[in-house]
Design a protein around this ligand. Structure first.
Ligand code: ZN
Ligand code: ZN
Length: 418
């Protein structure tokens, strides 16, 4: 079945990736990590501190995830200008370099703002994330790795000519463009960050080769204010943009219902050759910047579903990216360690104790309390399927229905019953 889905109408595979996906693919999981990635640092008062990556990889290491069979940890050098220019204008790249070398702000390009302060080495730091995601996407596409994870990536707000929302260079856009350049004809991007994936959507707005799906808190209550159900892509690519705008306060059951009743069906219907997912974990209830109320258990459940989806529809070709997430002790290290473990085919049970050494490190450097187990104690059960009925009185279901009505037709799906 997976092989058939790799074919285009007429039966000839287009842009066939190298290697032999599916059962014969190498079981390697490529994990992008080196301490150099901690250089993406807007300063001590900024919410997106690199500590969240440091704490994540310490936790993953202590749980043995990085030493699992097939896991390969690789660093990333800064991308050259030609590679960054697959996602950004030359003028903007020059402005980022000037900001990073001479401290010159450029507020018209989003540099030196409250969200995106200028810092030394800004260009190189941001360009490393681009390399990490592009090389990972190509490794998966060429069959050199089955899955890849770049937790430092997922900078989904960056626009062609400006920084936005803590994002300088859009590694996700560059990664997708890299596989398109190698002949891919169908790439799906699934964004689970609490914020709308506006930069990636913009890049592929009118490109039928790329499906972008964003599940986020409604723009009426959260930055960047976009991502409405009626936004479905340009004239050449109607239905290739899918936006699920959730009411503030949505918790596990509603969030997972959104993933299962909108995001997963459209990705399945699109039958991508590669699945790129963004796992910003700021939908968590403890996140200081958003108003959703998802648990670690819920985020983990979605990551498991995304992994299964990649095997079901994309021959296992899966690139998972990080993204937002600002509860840097209580949330980010646990959910991203879960994601790494899932990508390494060794999921960690939510009842697993958090290693004492990690807790002592956290409490010794940042102060207590560190979480004690790998889950939040929420039973992230499967919500009832949409086909079992929906509640027109529920703001959540009304929102999901709006998205379904706008895009399901384009994918041969029934908005009311599928
Ligand atoms: Zn976010
Ligand atoms: Zn797998």
């Amino acid at each position: 079945m997976a092989a058939r889905r790799g074919a285009v109408p007429g039966g000839r595979p287009a842009g066939r990736p190298g290697g032999r996906p599916g059962a014969h693919a190498p079981a390697r999981t490529r994990v992008v990590w080196s301490p150099a990635l901690l250089g993406y640092d807007f300063g001590v008062r900024h919410p997106m501190t690199p500590l969240r990556l440091d704490l994540t990889f310490r936790l993953a290491e202590q749980l043995g995830v990085l030493a699992l069979p097939g896991v390969e940890v690789v660093g990333a050098e800064p991308a050259d200008d030609a590679l960054v220019a697959t996602a950004h204008t030359p003028d903007y790249i020059a402005a980022v370099r000037l900001a990073g070398t001479q401290g010159v702000p450029d507020e018209a390009r989003g540099l030196g703002t409250e969200d995106d302060p200028v810092f030394p080495g800004m260009h190189d730091a941001a360009a490393r994330l681009v390399t990490g995601s592009v090389e990972s996407a190509l490794a998966v596409w060429r069959g050199q790795a089955r899955h890849a994870v770049n937790l430092a990536g997922g900078m989904h707000h960056a626009m062609p000519d400006r920084a936005s929302g803590f994002c300088v260079y859009n590694d996700a856009v560059a990664a997708i463009r890299a596989v398109l350049a190698e002949g891919a004809t169908r790439v799906a991007y699934l964004d689970l960050d609490a914020h709308h994936g506006d930069g990636v959507e913009r890049a592929f707005w009118d490109d039928p080769r790329v499906l972008t799906v964003s599940v986020h808190e409604s723009g009426t209550t959260l930055f960047p204010g976009t991502g409405h159900p009626a936004d479905i892509g340009g004239p050449q690519a109607q239905g290739s943009v899918v936006n699920v705008a959730l009411p503030a306060g949505t918790s596990d059951a509603g969030w997972l219902r959104a993933v299962q009743s909108v995001a997963l069906p459209v990705v399945r219907a699109f039958s991508p050759q590669l699945l790129v997912s963004q796992h910003g974990c700021d939908a968590h209830a403890n996140d200081p910047l958003t108003n959703l109320a998802v648990s670690v258990d819920g985020l983990r459940a979605a990551a498991l579903e995304v992994h299964d989806l990649a095997h079901d529809v994309a021959g296992g070709r899966w690139l998972a990216l990080g993204g937002g997430g600002y509860a840097i002790v209580q949330v980010v290290p646990r959910i991203w360690t879960h994601l790494l473990a899932i990508a390494a085919h060794a999921p960690i049970d939510v009842a697993t104790p958090v290693p004492q050494a990690w807790r002592e490190h956290v409490e010794g450097t940042l102060g207590p309390p560190a979480p004690e187990v790998m889950g939040d104690g929420e039973a992230a059960g499967s919500p009832a399927p949409w086909s079992a009925g929906y509640d027109p009185g529920s703001p959540l279901d009304r929102s999901l229905l709006a998205t379904r009505k706008h895009v399901f037709d384009w994918h041969g799906l029934d908005a009311l019953y599928d």
